[in-house]
Design a protein around this ligand. Structure first.
Ligand code: GLU
Length: 295
């Protein structure tokens, strides 16, 4: 019988207590994570989003739940962790909300604009690329990181080394994402398959239902690091994906406050500490944070 190890099964194995001598699972180590001083009575006024959050008593923040080192939900505790989650927490602190006053809500790539437009979430932090099309629908603070599109293949694959090798191959990405759109436009001979999540794509890659998964290198490196015997990231990144905090489009006060908060935590070292304890665990040292674009 063919041995099939899905990502979920592999994650469970890695999360287990392990045999003696097994290295501890990689993942954000709570002790290494910074804590963020919560501003007493945030001075920000005139933001309808923040006014509603204050009335409700907590912030609702959109995120991903299946992206290792970036945004991951612990199925046992319901807790979210990762670099994006830390970004969400550090900016919330400056707005006067401690971590116990943030409710994270998982929103898939294709549903982010609707979630922000309909007020389902106050802001969104989840590998969300800033671009002009999206700016017509939502606002963006940041960028707080720059990723690039890449490819994930099975460890034993010798044929796919870059997007030029995708003709006639099954390549999977998340519907509504910029990597999905780029393959559709620039590599029309690839057989493109869209799912809601990248983890569904990765499960299909491991079981040979698809030949490659494409999205940001940050996300793919996280999956590869979880099952290095099965998966590898190949080639050089072939796009620029500047990550922003998504906001309701017209709440410019919130956008300004989030930009101030990002600048503050980049300057005081929290940004780097958060990176080192999360995304840095997938093997790439912290870059300098990109300049903030106050458009
Ligand atoms: N950064 C890309 C995007 O915003 C891909 C990652 C994602 O789908 O979240 O579309």
């Amino acid at each position: 019988m063919k041995k099939i190890l899905t990502l979920a099964a592999a994650a469970l194995l890695l999360a287990g207590c392990g045999k003696p001598g097994t290295p501890p699972p990689k993942g954000p180590q709570p002790s290494a994570l910074p804590t963020y001083a919560v501003a007493a009575g945030s001075a920000v006024s005139g933001s309808p989003t923040l006014d509603a959050a204050r009335g409700r008593g907590h912030l609702v923040v959109g995120a991903k739940e299946d992206q290792p080192y970036l945004g991951q939900k612990n199925p046992a505790t319901g807790e979210y962790s990762g670099f994006d989650i830390e970004i969400a927490k550090m900016v919330a602190a400056d707005l006067g909300f401690g971590p116990d006053r943030i409710e994270f809500k998982t929103i898939a790539s294709a549903n982010r604009e609707t979630a922000l437009q309909s007020g389902q979430v106050d802001y969104y932090v989840g590998t969300y690329t800033i671009n002009d099309n999206r700016k017509k629908l939502v606002g963006f603070a940041g960028p707080y990181f720059i990723a690039g599109q890449s490819l994930l293949v099975r460890r034993n694959d010798k044929e796919i080394t870059g997007p030029q090798d995708l003709d006639g191959r099954k390549v999977c990405s998340a519907s509504g994402s910029t990597p999905y759109q780029r393959i559709q436009k620039q590599y029309p001979k690839a057989h493109l398959i869209g799912y809601d999540t990248y983890s569904a794509c990765v499960d299909n890659l491991i079981t040979s239902q698809v030949d490659a998964v494409t999205t940001d290198n940050t996300i793919l490196m996280g999956y590869a690091a979880k099952v290095p015997d099965e998966l590898k990231v190949v080639g050089e990144p072939f796009s620029q994906e500047p990550y922003g905090i998504g906001t309701p489009r017209n709440d410019t006060v919130l956008r300004g406050a989030l930009n101030d908060a990002l600048a503050h935590h980049e300057e005081n070292g929290d940004w780097k500490k958060a990176y080192d304890a999360t995304l840095g665990l997938s093997g790439v040292p912290a870059p300098a944070p990109p300049p903030i674009d106050r458009y």
